[in-house]
Design a protein around this ligand. Structure first.
Ligand code: C2E
Ligand code: MG
Ligand code: MG
Length: 644
């Protein structure tokens, strides 16, 4: 199922809002601008044409007045009528009247079609000038003889032609606005469709992870906040599951990023299969996923969720041609039980996830308050660890590595111990992860290299030769340039590089395979042996083993523990041994505690072994005792009589 298509109870009401608003804004503003400017223009046209009309009619009235003075003085009605009839050429003039000084009408002109009974004069028309009344323009001009007023000319003009013209302009303006609206709408609609698509894509990128199709960290944070607000209103709590893949980097590094992406996609859809319809999965970071599960009130329910999430890792995932078995660690925390804020809840789930990892990975853990105390303890430990070297609290112990056939000591592994002034002896299992996480491992690692090389030098000086010392090295040390650190230790101690061996765990080996290959090759050139530690616990793959310049594999003790009874472990061990053979690698079995284990490993053709059966990790002096014993036994074997 495509996770994107899942019904989503938390869907954020986002969508292409911006495009729609832009369309509206552009269309409305274009049309309003056009309409307003058109109307302003129309008003301007109306006003200017009206004033032109007034000027024109006033001029005609004056001419008529000038030409009519004689007709009034001599009461020549025919001449007066002729003068007024001359005004008929102007279509707008409806009527013209000539009055004498007493106001009697001397002559009139009435345009064809205008009722003759119409009153020409208006009470409001001044003695001279114009007035607008009843949709008409009235203009009066005085008739003078010298300075004496002898009468007046009164013209009445219809405003209809002017109004009709202006109405046509307004209609054109409106039509142009409608056309512009249509055009603007068509144009903007086209742009809007593109904008909608872009907006949808941006919305998707802001809230979704393009690789898995799940919502992203940003969406998760918003959703957690929203759920917290709902919890404030109702009494239901909710759970947050934080999932982290255990060996994702290995997949990326060995099979390539496209397989890594494919794996994340496959896992995302697998996750959603084990969720309730109301649960939502998010991709929180590189190989981290978050599941938010509403209405979760008690630990039993959380336990159930943790188990359900682990089901996703049960079956191998099919990724292209590969069948990958991924493992993951899950931390579960509940709001409001485990935290009072979004950040606190994520931190709680993170602590629980950390706990799941330290419980051996591929499991889940529910948050409990002690975990924060665990984090505090780690912080205190980190502070103390920074001082451990200068306070001389670190020690090395050495555990023999024997040849399985002869049981002779062929080397020793240097193992770190921290003698804490208050807490006593602390196991590296506890403090190495803290040292790695904080970076202190670089200084500690340098100290271990120096001390082990010095010790080897001391053993040589005392005449004990013919064995190597193996030093564990962490990924961070390799990144910091292992070759330079080793050169320093070799130079300071003066030992033969062939007596030094480096152990690198399978996990760190593949972390940055390209730079590791180059560095390890340089070490091998010096004659330093490189061994893969804890082999079988990572994503063991022949593909990368072949590329690494290594000479040894150390089978992790988890596979040795249940030998020879466990058929699974027997199959794995035997497969590792035959694979190592085909690659000409030496195999060391770790954690050999019983004779049965030793014999079984011997029968499989395992080369070397290390474990409590032969010796626990012991002090450098105790190693000397063992070597002396070895020498004595050897002498006795060579010459039984003199030894006796
Ligand atoms: P490792 O390198 O796999 O070391 C072997 C671990 O198995 C040691 O635990 C050893 O004491 C233990 N062991 C050996 N034989 C037996 C056995 O027969 N039975 C059982 N149950 N355990 C056995 P230790 O010393 O606690 O070290 C744990 C891990 O800490 C080491 O695993 C190694 O990864 C890391 N470590 C130790 N010293 C250093 C160091 O100097 N630098 C770095 N980077 N890591 C170190
Ligand atoms: Mg080791
Ligand atoms: Mg080991």
């Amino acid at each position: 199922m495509n996770p994107e298509r899942r019904k989503d109870p938390f869907r954020t009401p986002t969508g292409p809002q911006l495009g729609r608003r832009l369309t509206r804004a552009v269309v409305v503003s274009v049309c309003t601008a056009l309409l307003v400017s058109g109307l302003i223009f129309d008003v301007f046209v109306y006003v200017s044409q009206r004033s032109a009309l007034v000027d024109d009619v006033t001029a005609q009235a004056r001419i008529a007045a000038e030409n009519s003075s004689a007709a009034i003085l001599f009461n020549d009605v025919a001449a007066a009528a002729q003068t007024l009839a001359g005004l008929g050429s102007s279509a707008a003039i409806e009527r013209a009247d000539l009055h004498d000084a007493q106001g009697h009408t001397v002559a009139s002109y009435v345009a064809p079609g205008v009722p003759t009974g119409d009153k020409a004069a208006s009470a409001r028309v001044p003695r001279e000038g114009h007035v607008f009344e009843d949709g008409r323009l009235h203009v009066k001009a005085l008739v003078r003889e010298g300075t004496r007023e002898v009468g007046s000319v009164h013209l009445r003009v219809s405003l209809r032609p002017l109004h009709d013209r202006v109405a046509t302009y307004v209609a054109i303006t409106l039509l142009a606005s409608v056309l512009a609206f249509g055009l603007a709408f068509a144009l903007v609609f086209g742009i809007r469709r593109e904008l909608d698509a872009t907006e949808q894509r941006l919305d998707y990128l802001a809230y979704y992870d393009p690789i898995t199709g799940l919502r992203n960290r940003h969406a998760a944070n918003e959703q957690i906040q929203r759920l917290i607000e709902t919890v404030g209103r109702t009494s239901d709590g909710f759970a947050l599951l934080l999932l982290d893949l255990d060996d994702f980097k290995v997949v990326n590094d060995t099979l390539g990023h496209s397989v890594g992406d494919e794996l994340l996609r496959a896992l995302a859809s697998r996750l959603t299969q084990f969720m309730r319809p109301s649960d939502v999965a998010f991709r929180f970071g590189g190989d981290e996923f978050v599941i938010l599960s509403p209405r979760v009130a008690d630990a039993t329910h959380m336990q159930f969720l943790g188990q359900a999430a682990m089901l996703a890792f049960d079956e191998p995932l099919k990724v292209g041609v590969h069948e990958l078995r991924v493992r993951g660690s899950v931390g579960v925390a509940q709001f409001p039980g485990d935290a009072d804020s979004a950040a606190g809840l994520i931190r709680a789930a993170d602590s629980a996830m950390y706990e799941a990892k330290s419980m051996g990975k591929n499991t889940y853990a529910l948050f409990h308050a002690d975990m924060h105390r665990g984090a505090d303890k780690r912080m205190r430990m980190e502070a103390d660890l920074r001082e451990a070297i200068s306070r001389n609290e670190l020690r090395l112990v050495y555990q023999p590595i024997v040849d399985l056939r002869t049981e002779r000591l062929i080397g020793v592994e240097a193992l770190l111990r921290w003698v804490h002034p208050q807490l006593g002896v602390i196991s590296p299992v506890e403090f190495i992860p803290v040292a790695e996480y904080s970076g202190i491992i670089v200084d500690i690692g340098q100290w271990v290299l120096h001390t082990a090389c010095q010790q080897m030098n001391a053993w040589s000086a005392a005449g004990h030769d013919g064995f190597f010392v193996a030093v564990n090295v962490s990924a961070r040390q390799i990144r910091r340039g292992l070759k330079a650190q080793i050169d320093l230790a070799l130079a300071a101690s003066g030992i033969d590089p062939r007596r030094l061996e480096i152990e690198i765990t399978e996990h760190s080996m593949v972390e940055d395979i390209e730079s590791n290959v180059a560095q390890l090759a340089a070490l091998r050139e010096l004659g330093i042996q490189v061994a893969v530690d804890d082999f079988g616990t990572g994503l063991s793959s022949l593909a990368y083993l072949k590329r690494l310049p290594i000479g040894k594999l150390k089978i992790d003790r988890t596979f040795v523990k249940d030998l020879p009874e466990s058929a699974d472990d027997a199959a794995i061990t035997s497969a590792i041994i035959s694979m190592a053979r085909s690659l000409s690698l030496t195999v060391v079995a770790e954690g050999v505690e019983t004779v049965a284990q030793r014999d079984y490993l011997n029968s499989l053709g395992c080369d070397c072994a290390q474990g409590y059966l032969f010796s626990r990790p012991v002090t450098a002096e105790a190693i000397v005792d063992l070597l002396m014993l070895r020498a004595k036994v050897a002498a006795a074997e060579a010459d039984p009589l003199s030894a006796a």
